[in-house]
Write a protein that binds this ligand. Structure first.
Ligand code: 2HA
Ligand code: ZN
Length: 266
């Protein structure tokens, strides 16, 4: 199998093993590189056309690997051709063709608008580095969203204080969107505004969107955020008597050569 598909499938199943993908929860999209498209070209035997609910000229001609709507991450390694697929965005950015996979009439993930609009925002924010958008339902970060107001400064400070390396992994912080109906264009627009500033955005009472240049970076980001949330909730349950200070966060950022978001420090 093509290496890019192997790596993609591994990430789907890794998320399942973490317990982040109950039932059909979560979805993953990857913007393919030219050589990966060439590797996969022999697979492109279908031309099912679909319209997008939004027009995204910035993605014209791009190829994406996507999970299927209603499909389970748990089943991706067993039958990739049924559970994931490759799509190509039309030249006008208003629709796409399914070129491979998503067999038996499957469609791309219900969160495709959020994924594609996040790709546009993160491509701009990272000078084209970002290729991965990942949505998962990890229990701890979702639980944490019940304990705070939906405010990025509050959330980011909690996470930075809950594991020393967090400020190095996501010095910009993490955004948070208050509860909205998932699966549509409205939540996609609001999320794509937040990912201009943050590599990850929590959906309150739902889960998280993480982005990155490759599968390792993206999975690692969500894993780090989820671990920090777990530590916070454990520490909060036991009773927090002290935490990492803002002075220590600044020293840490200096030592690792990252630019910590000063707006979130006192
Ligand atoms: O079912 O996670 O947000 C897929 C989802 C929708
Ligand atoms: Zn979801």
């Amino acid at each position: 199998m093509q290496k890019v598909l192997e790596d993609y499938i591994r990430m789907c199943y890794d998320g399942f093993l973490q317990g982040w993908h109950e039932r059909n929860g979560g979805n993953l999209t990857y913007r393919m590189k030219e050589d990966e498209v060439a590797d996969c070209a022999p697979l492109f035997t279908q031309h099912r056309h679909m319209d997008l609910p939004v027009t995204l000229p910035a993605l014209a001609g791009e190829y994406f690997i996507t999970t299927g709507s209603g499909r389970y991450m748990r089943n991706v390694p067993l039958a990739p051709e049924k559970n994931i697929g490759i799509i190509k965005i039309d030249a006008d950015g208003a629709g796409y063709k399914i070129l491979w996979g998503l067999e038996d009439g499957a469609k791309p993930t219900s969160e495709l608008p959020s994924h594609l609009m996040n790709h546009v925002s993160r491509m701009e924010a990272t000078g084209g580095r970002c290729r991965v958008v990942y949505h998962a339902h990890p229990a701890n970060i979702t639980a944490l969203s019940y304990t705070i107001e939906p405010d990025a400064r509050t959330l980011s400070r909690i996470l930075w204080q809950s594991e020393t390396e967090c400020a190095v992994v996501f010095p910009e912080g993490v955004g948070i969107l208050d509860w909205m109906i998932p699966g549509g264009t409205d939540i996609a627009i609001e999320t794509s505004k937040l990912v201009k500033d943050y590599p990850a955005v929590v959906w309150a009472f739902h889960g998280i969107f993480g982005t990155g240049a490759d599968f390792d970076e993206t999975f690692g980001l969500v894993h780090t955020i989820e671990k920090a949330a777990e530590i916070y909730l454990k520490a909060k349950g036991a009773g927090i008597v002290r935490t990492i200070s803002d002075e220590q966060l600044r020293i840490l950022a200096d030592a690792f050569g990252v630019k910590i978001n000063e707006r979130f420090l006192d």
